[in-house]
Ligand binder design. Structure first.
Ligand code: SF4
Ligand code: SF4
Length: 113
């Protein structure tokens, strides 16, 4: 079991999760075809759940709770384990937090609602 960053993170990439992860297992692609979202290495994640409430975009789920429309993201997160050279722990970057309307619009954009 691990936690998964879904596409609700895509292009938001607020990085609040990175700041709190105690084992630095949240990664960013260093180029290539990977979408602009962060990903959790499922082999390094200790399942502490600390990152989930820190995400302003509500993008992080336990793997067993990932909605059907985001199942592809489970495989994207697993790519960190299988292609580690392509990923690195990013520098954190303070950003404005989204409003409730923006959070809802992002969920609708990705088919959650
Ligand atoms: S806090 Fe949420 S939106 Fe920000 S990088 Fe982490 S998962 Fe993505
Ligand atoms: S559940 Fe804990 S260990 Fe796993 S990514 Fe989140 S903060 Fe890191």
């Amino acid at each position: 079991m691990a936690w998964v960053i879904t596409r609700l993170c895509r292009d938001c990439v607020d990085m609040s999760c990175v700041e709190v992860c105690p084992v630095d297992c949240i990664y960013q692609s260093q180029g290539g075809e990977f979408p602009n979202q962060l990903a959790i290495d499922p082999e390094e994640c200790i399942n502490c759940g600390v990152c989930e409430p820190e995400c302003p975009w509500e993008a992080i789920y336990e793997d067993e709770q990932v909605p059907d429309v985001f199942q592809e993201d489970v495989g994207l997160n697993a790519q960190v384990s299988s292609a580690k050279d392509n990923f690195a722990v990013p520098e954190t970057d303070e950003k404005d937090k989204p409003t409730p309307d923006q959070i809802a619009e992002n969920k609708t954009k990705w088919g959650l609602n």
